[in-house]
Design a protein around this ligand. Structure first.
Ligand SMILES: [Zn+2]
Length: 360
């Protein structure tokens, strides 16, 4: 359905994006106080991961989940993390219409979660999605990058450049939800600002970018232009319409790995049975059957184990699915060699976020 003429909202979005001039200066490196803040966090996180490992649990860092800050029950979530043996979670708050209308462009949600539970939530910027990122991309990006420069957050995301309606939005119907059928050109002004910021500071950021042949060249161009940028392309091999993405294969992803040393993927995808309702297709292409991976995808993960990250992709409308999502993720990890499991579970995220190997 996205191939039709742009919706009014999309057109408005494109015009607003084009109106933003990429006129940023170079970014200074972190000063001592910012680095000290991150070091304090890191020490607490390391302690928690070590404690879980000592219990014989494989802890993981969920690099990509989001929530509605006004509805999420953090205490309950923290308790479930303990029950399930989840190490750390990069839980991002999505700014809704209310916050956006009030002029909020960064909400300090991560500071709240860290105050309540200082050893398990990684501070992350707000989700780059409508309405704030779509309607006021310059203000939104300025607030998020400022938060990073102040040492408040360790990564940015998830930025929705191309996002079809999610399966749950399709179930719920149209109306406001259809705004999620988003297309912000990744090589437009907002994309340049984001990639350039990461290129200059080294901060990782998550992108949601549906897999279509037509979208690959602009992404590759951005990766060439900003080789030190550290994007996490969320949802490895989640292809909603296979007919739109014949070029996207394990061999194609391997080519990207070889060309772009700072490009990562997260492994938040559905299980083998998951169907994308608008196409009727099983969109998690990595699966051969319920408990086995296609050998070419498995070989890729084993050959380049440092480039993939564990993620749950919890969302405001599915926080109650954490136990199922945890089980799905662990079922996937169990199909990989033990050393690769550790890399995906927490070692890669640790290296990406903190620039060093985990010593535990
Ligand atoms: Zn996503």
């Amino acid at each position: 359905m996205h191939a039709a003429a742009p919706q009014p909202h999309q057109r408005r979005t494109l015009l607003k994006c084009l109106a933003v001039a990429p006129a940023w200066g170079a970014w200074p490196a972190w000063s001592q106080p910012q680095a000290a803040l991150q070091n304090e966090r890191k020490a607490r996180y390391a302690q928690r991961l070590k404690a879980l490992l000592q219990k014989g649990v494989l802890p993981y860092i969920d690099i990509e989940s989001s929530c509605n800050a006004s509805r999420v029950d953090i205490a309950n979530l923290a308790a479930q993390m303990d029950v399930l043996g989840i190490g750390l979670m990069a839980l991002s708050s999505d700014l809704g219409h209310g916050a956006c209308t009030r002029g909020v462009r960064f909400d300090d949600f991560s500071a709240q979660t860290m105050t309540q539970f200082p050893d398990r939530f990684i501070p992350v910027g707000n989700g780059g999605q409508g309405p704030c990122f779509l309607d006021t991309p310059d203000e939104f990006l300025a607030a998020q990058t400022q938060a990073y420069q102040s040492g408040k957050i360790d990564l940015l995301g998830e930025y929705e450049f191309r996002h079809y309606p999610s399966p749950r939005q399709v179930e719920r119907g149209q109306g406001e939800e259809i705004e999620r059928d988003v297309h912000v050109p990744i090589d437009g002004p907002a994309g340049h600002q984001l990639f350039r910021f990461s290129h200059e500071t080294g901060v990782p950021f998550q992108i949601h970018y549906e897999i279509e042949d037509a979208l690959l060249a602009p992404l590759e161009k951005m990766l060439e232009t900003y080789p030190r940028a550290k994007p996490i392309w969320c949802h490895l091999a989640q292809v909603r319409y296979i007919e739109r993405a014949p070029r996207y294969t394990p061999a194609y992803v391997e080519g990207l790995i070889q060309r772009f040393p700072n490009l990562y993927w997260d492994t938040a995808f559905g299980n083998a049975r998951s169907v994308y309702p608008l196409s009727g297709q099983r969109h998690s292409r990595i699966w051969a059957a319920q408990n086995s991976l296609h050998s070419a995808w498995r070989d890729l993960l084993v050959a380049y184990p440092q480039r993939f990250l564990a993620a749950l992709d919890l969302g405001g409308d599915r926080m109650d699915k954490i136990a199922k999502d945890d089980a799905d993720l662990r079922r996937f990890l169990a199909l990989l060699p033990a050393t690769v499991q550790q890399q995906l579970a927490y070692r890669n995220a640790w290296r990406l976020l903190y620039g060093e190997e985990a010593s535990f």
